[in-house]
Design a protein around this ligand. Structure first.
Ligand code: NAD
Length: 384
């Protein structure tokens, strides 16, 4: 075929939503953005939005969550809880939080007397999640808690029980389950568009940096709960679960930490784990604190393969479908997943509905991660 003609034909098709990218032999079909676009609703007036308090002004809170409130439609930032008063005042000034709504870890419980606060969001080291979640629920507020939910199954259950007792809602901040590329991947996988699902692979890795204050507590078992599995392997586990929409029935695993590496005195470096799902899909997952960044998954179906790489980054995701006939890249609109997640919880509260990722979802991951550790320790395949 005439190359120039072929190029022009494809460029003409671009107007119809089809364009060629890269090599001339494989055309990348870009589907119209509307394929996965979400319903657009106007933002609520500030008086109707729910008021949120952020507990812990660390890296993730200050760099991702706090700025994302600007894109929320039914949630507003109204309070901070921090051990560092000057830092809290600085962020209060930047983000229009009333300085009277700054709390510390000692007077945290007095939040109960502040009607401006509807929801508390815990963004502390993992080992503190249970205590601050339970105290927040006992103060009569709805509660969102970062992943992993807590260090142990018992703590997770105590958090769920505290929410029930207080008749408040509890949600775990699994942002990927609100992110449009991941939602599209779920739709492809579960609708049969890839054929029968055979295998999910998912890898999450990064190099733990002892010089970064946000990584220091991650080397401490009491504060982190575990190593790479608890921190980022949880994304690989989540991907396998939400892509299949099933719960694993068998688990095997292997753990390896570089001998003598001071970062891994208390927590593990590398974990490989395998899952078998009741519908016949297998998953091969990995996580590491010792190699360069990776945040991806692949879904192998009998008819097509889906790749999402990066899959669980904050922005700039890329989804590709590979078929015998060629490659497709559905055009999906990037959206602020944090704002979507935060608004989901506000909406769940306003409509008195169970959030999509409640405490039970967090408990299930902690339960499964502990079985992954057990499978590695015993060298046996564990029936769940
Ligand atoms: P960070 O160290 O930057 O923030 C933790 C904050 O807790 C700091 O402000 C620190 O001062 C405060 N803190 C209070 N008591 C502390 C204590 N005893 N020891 C240490 N710090 C204490 O860490 P981070 O990366 O922001 O992680 C915080 C939480 O957010 C973790 O649960 C982590 O898993 C989660 N997180 C989630 C995502 C995501 O994408 N969902 C990304 C990063 C972190």
């Amino acid at each position: 075929m005439n190359r120039e003609l072929s190029r022009r034909t494809l460029l003409h098709k671009a107007g119809l939503g089809l364009i060629a990218v890269g090599a001339t032999s494989i055309s990348t079909i870009i589907k119209p953005a509307s394929t996965f676009a979400q319903a657009k609703e106007p933002p609520m007036p500030p008086t109707k939005r729910l008021g949120w308090a952020i507990v812990g002004l660390g890296k993730f809170a200050t760099e991702q969550i706090i700025p994302s409130f600007a894109e929320c439609k039914s949630s507003k930032l109204v309070a901070f809880v921090s051990g560092d008063k000057a830092k809290a005042e600085k962020y209060a000034l930047s983000y229009g939080v009333n300085p009277k709504n700054i709390y510390n870890y000692q007077n945290y419980d007095s939040i109960r007397n502040n009607p401006e606060i509807d929801v508390i969001y815990i963004i502390l080291p993992n080992g503190l999640h249970a205590e601050y979640t339970i105290r927040g629920l006992q103060a009569g507020k709805h509660l969102m808690c970062e992943k992993p939910m807590a260090n142990t199954v018992q703590e997770c259950q105590a958090m769920i029980d505290a929410a029930k007792k207080a008749t408040r809602k509890l949600m775990i901040a699994y942002r990927a389950q609100y992110e449009p590329f991941n939602l599209a991947a779920i739709k492809y996988a579960r609708s049969g568009q890839l054929g029968k699902l055979k295998l999910v692979t998912s890898d999450h890795g990064r190099n733990l940096d002892p010089k970064d204050p946000a990584d220091r507590w991650r080397m401490n078992k009491k504060l982190a709960g575990g190593g790479s599995l608890y921190d980022i392997g949880i994304y690989s586990l989540q991907a396998a679960r939400y892509i299949t929409g099933e719960e694993p029935i068998e688990i095997n695993a292997m753990i390896y930490s570089t001998p003598g590496d001071a970062r891994f005195r208390e927590v593990e470096e590398n974990v490989n784990f395998g899952l078998r799902f009741p519908g016949g899909t297998l998953a091969n997952c990995s996580c590491s604190y010792g190699h360069s960044d990776v945040k991806r998954f692949q879904v192998f179906g009998s008819d097509a393969t889906l790749e999402l790489d990066p899959a669980t980054d904050y922005y700039r995701h890329r989804l590709i479908i590979k078929r015998k006939s060629g490659m497709e890249e559905p055009q999906i609109q990037e959206q602020n997943q944090f704002a979507l997640e935060i608004d989901h919880f506000s909406q769940s509260i306003m409509e008195n509905k169970q959030p999509k990722t409640p405490g039970e979802e967090g408990l299930q991951d902690v339960r499964l991660m502990n079985l992954i550790y057990e499978a590695a320790r015993t060298g046996s395949t564990i029936k769940v």
